[in-house]
Design a protein around this ligand. Sequence first.
Ligand SMILES: *Cc1c(COP(=O)(O)O)cnc(C)c1O
Length: 389
Amino acid sequence: MDKKNFETDAIRTQLERSQFQEHSTPLYVTSGFVFEDAEDMRASFTEEKSRNIYSRFSNPNITEFVEKVVKMESAEDGYAFATGMAAIFSTFAALLNSGDHIVSARSVFGSTHTLFTKYFPKWNIETSYFDINNPKEIESLIKPSTKILYAESPTNPGVDIIDLELLGNIAKKHNLLLIIDNCFATPYIQQPIKFGADLVVHSATKLMDGQGRVLGGIVVGKAELVREIYLFSRNTGPSLSPFNAWVLSKSLETLAVRVEKHCENALKVAEFLENHSKISNVKYPFLPSHPQYITAKKQMKLGGNIIAVEIKGGIEAGKKFLNAIKMCSLSANLGDTKTIVTHPASTTHSKLAVEDQLAVGITPGLVRISIGLESISDIIQDLDQALNV
Ligand SMILES: *Cc1c(COP(=O)(O)O)cnc(C)c1O
């Protein structure tokens, strides 16, 4: 693989040009591909040949998108999916057997938590949870049947940070597969494989698309593991659409500049909110007041675009704030050019019991803000006027 620097890989990794010598990769909307003859078809199906057969297995636009992310994450191989959850589910389903055990951070994305608690037990796959603020307990949860160590950093929606190097060392010592959901950081900010992750999963729906248009997911990492996930997925069908892959591959060309600006805006908003009289707590990885600030600085290039704030006055004050917002959007997505304000307790994490919400740091007054790319003064003005209503 011809690997250059991050921004160059994101822009210059491209399919071979067609006979038209197009500058920008065209969209290959085709369900199937044709064979030269019977021998070509036979060899393709036995995988003696690496080529496109059917878009459930592979497609040129998907290949381009995957190759970019593989380079950006310094991985060996990857496979793309229709959504982030399809990537996460397929990764676990391909690698685990009945009777296997997962050790996971307690604060993970809501639907991932639902996989662990509602669906995996049906197949006799159990999960034990560690508190992200107490990683020392991880080793006490490991059993002979433990196969996967799983975490997100920063977490959704609490923006907690976990020491990836520590996880990498524990996984190595106990011969576990370390899988990291790197969605909030993106490969521009953090590359978990450098700290020992075997696989990295992403919801490409968020900062990778970055403009709130398409859904997508991807897993990258060790080639032999990706191969298992590929074989599972080519037979079960959670594939990414060529159109979404085309959009995502284009989006990656601007990932570095977008993420730089998202993070610059987010740090300014975090500093503003930290001094606001209506706010009792602000959590942002690159604020020195963040409990894991030192770890964040060690493993992240920038602080990300998500801020968690606690509004004084609990649930009522939180609702009043949301209702007073004028420009920013009330939406469940994140990582968009548009600034988005959401209330996890009543939306993304509403399926969790109140005590489970509290266990992962979701208090009734917690508001998650995904800082966008609008003018910083307009973002701050909107948040300020809504807090002061
Ligand atoms: C959104 C998200 C997912 C799920 O991705 P979809 O594309 O919505 O399926 C998984 N993990 C994290 C951290 C997310 O923010």
